[in-house]
Design a binder for this molecule. Structure first.
Ligand code: 5GP
Ligand code: ZN
Length: 112
């Protein structure tokens, strides 16, 4: 049994408001949304952060990114931001690779 909260979500052990899932990836609503639309996209496989992805993960992470685009399109989103935090100093609080999809408000650049 994994101690990782996102592994638990991927295994169905912890509930989430899932908006997309297949055999390799999942998307669900963020518990503490930072924008009107705030989704998290994860690989089911535990990879701690993007900086720890291996060449063998390339197809999986390519698929994950395509799913981000499809889910955004299906939700009718035109302007949105996709971001991943790598390391505590960059704001990462859950050590399971995830892309945030944020939309529904003005996005500033550069991000804080
Ligand atoms: P990070 O800070 O690592 O970039 O992003 C982690 C995100 O996961 C945060 O936005 C936080 O609100 C969200 N989060 C943490 N625990 C849970 C949970 O159990 N369920 C859901 N749906 N989101 C979570
Ligand atoms: Zn995990």
């Amino acid at each position: 049994m994994s101690a990782c909260i996102f592994c638990k979500i991927a295994e169905g052990e912890v509930q989430s408001q899932t908006v997309y899932e297949d055999d390799r990836v999942m998307a669900f609503k963020d518990l503490n949304p930072a924008a009107p639309t705030h989704l998290l996209f994860i690989p089911r496989k535990h990879i701690a952060r993007v900086g720890e992805a291996a060449e063998a993960d390339a197809e999986l992470l390519g698929h994950l990114q395509v799913v981000v685009g499809k889910v955004a399109k299906d939700a009718g989103l035109k302007d949105f931001r996709v971001v991943t935090n790598n390391g505590r100093g960059a704001g990462q609080s859950v050590d399971h690779l995830h892309y945030h999809l944020l939309a529904g408000r003005r996005m500033n650049w550069p991000p804080g």
